[in-house]
Ligand binder design. Structure first.
Ligand code: ARG
Length: 574
């Protein structure tokens, strides 16, 4: 089944070719929704964009296109307006048929794509450090993108590029040997909070104490050369952090495979070798660097990307360089998506540039950095606890759940309902976590956003609770009226009033929206769509007719599917 939009597009394209010949094959009909539903549903603006090329007036071009447009089964007679807009209005019959087809389809009309091997590199916290809100954003956005691509049939490898390698381990191990040796000899003897504290102390010593510094450097060398006690210590530290990260992933229902920086360690030497043989690597103040094109330092000279430091160590960037051929060749990925804060945009632009100049990116491979903005507190500053500490993810999720539980208990009391502890627990967990996820995904990804429990947990507005409630309401209709939605399938869908028509047209856009999210990687598009569906749905009165029930059911199924792509679980009651 063709989506309504694709159907329109194809008809217009055929008309263009029929009117002006095969040179116009593939021309974009510039189809956009009309601002005013009075004029129709869509307008094609192609006549204006072709005027120059065809050396004719847009209105004359529009007339010729319309003459060649066979569209009676889809639309009312197209109207030409203004300088040459072609206004198109769907026929109710056509919408009814399309909707019926979507209704009968488990995938709600969303086709599967030509499968592409795709890597989504997301979450990626650092060992021995606490996962922070930036990692939370990456985790939530990454999960949504991975789910969407998987739903479309892509072969997705979800990778957790954890920071588990580098000089920080030298100082951490050295410090622990002094102050808490059991931390690096016995498993589970320290928790992550302690590790974070030890890390801070180690860093301080490293910056202040020359002896400590050189011992730490030796420890890095020992670790990198596989010396047993250093290696064991490192493993224990990783294990401890991994357990903590996993708790967060379990709560948020995140699936991800760990493949940290250390995985690429054996490939780092080849990076320098290859870059040297290509003549890209140069010596600069003892370090080995590639001078970048288009990046200059404050004196206006080309900025270097350090591939190997003067002490022989490698960088964050070296690992990302090594990962590029590994992913495109060994993993045969055609699309690699990196999800990090916008602060790393330059890092990725530089790494991609070097990889490109080294011809490590095959033609069929696309590397995309998906940047996101900062999470801020309600004061507009970086999110902090009241005492000024960085907010722990665990505390943040706990608080979302506690607050949603409080709201729920209040509602239960107001409505004099009687609910079990299990129910309260299940609902407040789903609502609290759903609210955190939705609040993030419904933001324009690239902007900073203000984290507000009050806003995200509100039952009104563009929030998870608002949407979950619409779903619950439909389930309520089914329960109260003792209606089995699965038995409605045989009846035709008849659209009667404007609200129904508006809802129908909206629901029919789901396939396009999901494909746009997969292409452009902006989850906000899906959130906006689901929000609008809910808004129209709430305008409709309680259903009396079978058709209306089917529309309700389809709305609920659309919400369920859409929310699941966002990583949000629906509830039957709340
Ligand atoms: N560990 C990094 C950080 O916390 C993020 C890693 C992102 N992925 C990558 N391939 N560089 O900022």
């Amino acid at each position: 089944m063709l989506s309504t939009l694709d159907d329109l597009k194809q008809r217009l394209q055929t008309a263009l070719v029929n009117a002006f010949g095969p040179e116009l094959e593939g021309t974009d009909p510039v189809l956009v929704p009309t601002n005013n539903p009075q004029f129709g549903d869509y307008q094609a603006n192609v006549a204006m964009s072709l005027a120059k090329r065809l050396k004719d007036k847009p209105r004359a071009i529009a007339t010729k296109i319309v003459e060649n447009l066979t569209i009676d089964d889809l639309c009312d007679t197209p109207q030409i307006a203004g300088p040459g807009f072609i206004n198109l209005k769907f026929k109710t019959d056509y919408l009814q048929e399309q909707l019926k087809a979507v209704y009968s389809d488990e995938r709600l009309g969303i086709p599967t794509a030509q499968p592409k091997r795709t890597i989504v590199d997301f979450s990626s916290p650092n060992i021995a450090k606490e996962m922070h809100v930036g990692h939370l954003r990456s985790t939530i956005i990454g999960e949504c993108i991975a789910r969407t691509l998987e739903f479309l049939g892509h072969d997705v490898l979800r990778l957790n590029h954890v920071g588990d390698w580098g000089t920080q381990f030298g100082m951490l191990i050295t410090h622990l040997r002094d102050v808490c040796p059991e931390a690096i000899t016995e498993s589970s003897s320290v928790d992550i909070g302690d590790l974070v504290e030890f890390y801070k102390q180690a860093k301080k010593r490293f910056d202040e104490d020359e002896d400590f510094k050189s011992t730490s450097r030796d420890a890095v060398v020992a670790l990198q050369s596989g010396e047993e006690t250093a290696y064991k210590a490192w493993q224990l530290l990783c294990e401890q952090s991994r357990k903590e990260f996993q708790k967060i992933y379990d709560r948020l229902d995140i699936t991800i495979q760990e493949r940290g920086e250390s995985f690429y360690n054996p490939l780092l030497d080849d990076v320098t070798k290859d870059l040297t043989s290509l003549g890209l690597l140069e010596e600069n103040q003892g370090a080995q660097v590639v001078f970048l094109e288009g990046f200059t330092n404050k004196d206006g000279n080309p900025q270097p990307l350090i591939v190997r430091k003067s002490d022989g160590g490698f960088n964050y960037a070296t690992t990302d360089l090594a990962a590029i051929p590994q992913r495109s060749i060994n993993e045969i990925a055609e699309r690699v998506i990196y999800i990090t804060d916008a602060g790393q945009a330059n890092h990725f632009a530089q790494v991609f540039q070097v990889a490109n100049r080294a011809h490590w990116i095959p033609d069929n491979v696309e590397l995309v950095h998906v940047p996101f903005g900062l999470v801020k507190g309600e004061d507009g500053k970086k999110l902090k606890t009241r005492s000024g500490e960085t907010v722990k993810l665990k505390d943040l999720l706990d608080e979302a759940i506690t607050r949603s539980e409080k709201d729920l208990k209040q509602r239960i009391a107001d409505e004099s309902r009687n609910e079990s502890e299990d129910f309260i627990h299940e609902v407040s967990t789903a609502v609290g976590l759903g609210a955190v996820k939705y609040a993030d995904l419904s933001q324009n990804r690239t902007s900073d956003y203000i984290f507000s429990f009050d806003k995200m947990l509100a039952l009104q507005g563009n929030t998870a609770p608002y949407m979950l409630y619409a779903y619950v309401r439909v389930q309520g209709i089914s329960r109260k009226g003792d209606i089995d939605f699965s038995q409605l399938g045989e009846a035709p869908i008849v659209l009667e009033d404007n609200t129904e028509l508006a809802l129908a047209k909206h629901l029919l856009a789901l396939d396009t929206i999901v494909m746009v999210v997969a292409l452009e990687l902006f989850p906000i598009r899906l959130c906006q769509f689901l929000f609008e569906v809910c808004q129209i749905f709430y305008q409709a009165e309680e259903p009396q007719r079978t058709s209306r029930l089917m529309l309700c059911d389809l709305t609920a199924r659309t919400l369920k599917l859409g929310l699941s792509l966002l990583g949000i679980q629906v509830l039957e009651r709340m």
